[in-house]
Ligand binder design. Sequence first.
Ligand code: ATP
Length: 323
Amino acid sequence: INKIGVLTSGGDAPGMNACIRAVVRTGIYYNIEMVGVMKGYQGLIDNEFIPLPSHAVSNIIQRGGTILKTARCMEFKTKEGREKAFRNLQAQGIDALIVIGGDGTFSGAEVFSREFNVPVIGIPGTIDNDLFGTDFTIGFDTANNSVIQAIDQIRDTAASHNRLFFVEVMGRDAGVIALWAGIAGGSEAILIPEKETAIESLISKLAEGAENQKSSSIVVVAEGEKSGGALKIAEEVKRRFDHYDTKVTVLGHLQRGGSPTCFDRVLASRMGYAAVKALLNNVEGKMIGMVNNRMHFTELSLAISRHSPFDEELAEIAAVLSI
Ligand code: ATP
């Protein structure tokens, strides 16, 4: 392998830049020419490549977002689109690809590498932490820290006014951010897509809290929660339980931004390094993960076929600690 391309795809996540830096620096250390592909698979199709010498990744380890930009690209889901992408790769003389993204990104990588025999390694960069084959994804820790900072601030005003806050956090299909940030933020309840929301028991829990002289209550709601989301549930609770002044805060995209935490920078650095080393050792068609604090490879086809198992113990801890 003489020339490796790297791209970021799908939703952006803090720590992607730290990962790009690690990939580029490791490649250059081993005398490989490094090339960036702009805007994910769209850049492959549109022929948007940039050279990545070592200085191109200076001063980015601390920056959120991705210097390579990211995009969702429908054309890559078609055979014609992928053929165009392959021709461009060939014209550039790129021998292998490293893709940083979520399971959609890996689905694209898997089919592309099978069709055209291109060695690919996937690196999990997504705030959702729902990928099979890794304990953590790049960006999850930073997103959690942004959420708990917001919850702490909301708690101050909630306690001063005797308020009940519903805080909506990201997680369309998985409630992992809600669970972690809900525990870390001392929330009274956590509503997630993996569990059915029972309004009755939520209200009795809030009423119990009020009886136990809680001055405020915070309910963390994952955006993919199944009974209609934070606004709808807040309306329903407001109608039936008027002890608190009830408010809703939707955190939205602030959860994706910001400087990555130490944990995410180190995770990104380890994964970026390991991805290049893997290609040099003829490992391909795999997603790199961290399992029990060690780098671990999972076949891309397996990584995209399932999600990480739901952590029942964490849900139990959240319930016990919120009495
Ligand atoms: P996140 O879930 O964090 O947003 P993701 O990688 O899952 O990240 P997607 O938008 O699902 O984000 O996928 C990123 C891109 O991967 C898509 O825009 C598309 O170009 C490509 N892709 C996804 N699924 C496929 C597929 N089945 N075949 C080919 N390409 C795909």
